[in-house]
Design a protein. Structure first.
Length: 331
């Protein structure tokens, strides 16, 4: 039984590969290396350079490696970019996923885990943590492209033998606590990564996009989940499917909100570096506050968060920045 990880050379995917190896699973990574890094794939893991939109290539991998479950991460992930280039998102996240799902159906792979996002909710109509049964009203092509894939999976499961888990991530951050992989994305835009790059001296300063929101300190609020906890949720989901689970959709977060300014304070405190921060206008597509109600994941799959601590998240992200700097020096 082999698990195929799409996007396994990317940030979250590479952490999933380690989670699977730690649990003695056989893994095949499929990645087109557009944003991923081949060096991030652990030695001994089978790697196929292919695009998930290439249905024939994927069918071949599924057959050759006797894949019995797919964990699907490959895709584009930047909300503002999706507003500028929506068709890229509908291609990479929706069109290509369609072909991957078709390959799974044609090859008889019955277990599918999909990396979705809190962006499917859009701006919540209520305050406080948001539950899975909230209205789905994405406000960016990124969110819509992921919601469309959720619906494709749901409809395919009604017509074919396909069991699935859809996980809606809130703000994923931090890096492997054993230091084996991390977030290496070039030109990163995500808050904790950007702040850690500023702390490590890779950027002269960073910006805060908007301090006039209706929140306590005026900056946006997000729910940051440590990537090791997130990939463990996928492993728990895989076992749910192996034990006969048929369909399940859940939020992944800690139900704890931190503001952008809180996060920057944490990065300054943990790193000991007081980097320059400039307050600027709001960024298009940002939602003022978004936190997860994660009861469903905890009660139905018995998932237990182990690293629910902003300082732990930040410290692991800073460690990885140092590693990247050393890698560049020795390259
Ligand atoms: N931010 C800054 N400065 C930066 C980077 C980010 O102020 O340099 C702010 C943003 O404006 C936003 C917050 O930090 O208010 C978080 O922004 P990110 O870009 O880190 O993440 P997003 O919240 O836009 O996106 C993330 C995930 C999506 C998910 C979404 C839900 O990447 O998958 O959260 O809102 F859908």
């Amino acid at each position: 039984m082999t698990v195929m990880v799409t996007g396994g050379a990317g940030y979250i995917g590479s952490h999933m590969v380690w989670e699977l190896l730690d649990n003695d699973e056989d893994v095949v990574v499929v990645d087109n290396l557009v944003t991923g890094f081949e060096w991030s794939i652990p030695k001994g893991v089978t790697f196929v350079k292919a695009d998930i939109g290439d249905q024939e290539a994927i069918e071949q991998v599924l057959r050759e490696h006797k894949v019995d479950a797919i964990v699907h991460f490959a895709g584009s992930v930047v909300v503002p970019e999706s507003l500028e280039d929506p068709l890229k998102y509908y291609q990479n996240n929706t069109g290509n996923s369609r072909n991957l799902i078709a390959a799974a159906v044609k090859s008889g792979v019955k277990r599918f885990i999909f990396s979705s996002t809190a962006a499917v909710y859009g701006e919540p109509l209520t305050t406080g943590p948001i539950a899975e049964n909230a209205i789905l009203n994405p406000m960016s092509p990124y969110g819509t492209s992921k919601l469309m894939t959720e619906l494709m999976i749901r409809d395919t499961a009604l017509a074919h033998e396909l069991d699935y888990v859809i996980l809606r991530y809130f703000n994923v951050a931090g890096c492997d606590l054993k230091g084996r992989t991390g977030q290496s994305t070039a030109g990163a835009t995500h808050l904790i990564k950007v702040a850690c790059e500023a702390a490590a001296g890779k950027r002269p300063m960073m910006k805060v996009f908007g301090t006039d929101y209706d929140t306590e300190d005026g900056s946006c609020i997000r729910d940051f989940i440590h990537v090791n906890d997130l990939v463990n949720a996928h492993y728990v989901a895989l076992n749910f499917l192996r034990n006969g689970g048929r369909k399940f959709t859940a939020n992944c977060g800690y139900s704890q909100g931190y503001s952008v300014l809180d996060v920057i304070d944490a990065v300054k405190r943990v790193s000991g570096n007081d980097f320059r921060v400039v307050k600027t206008d709001r960024r298009a597509g940002d939602i003022p506050a978004l936190t997860a109600n994660s009861n469903r994941l905890q009660t139905r799959l018995n998932w237990e968060p182990k690293h629910n601590d902003l300082d732990v998240i930040v410290a692991s992200a800073l460690e990885w920045e140092k590693k990247l700097l050393n890698m560049r020096k020795s390259a």
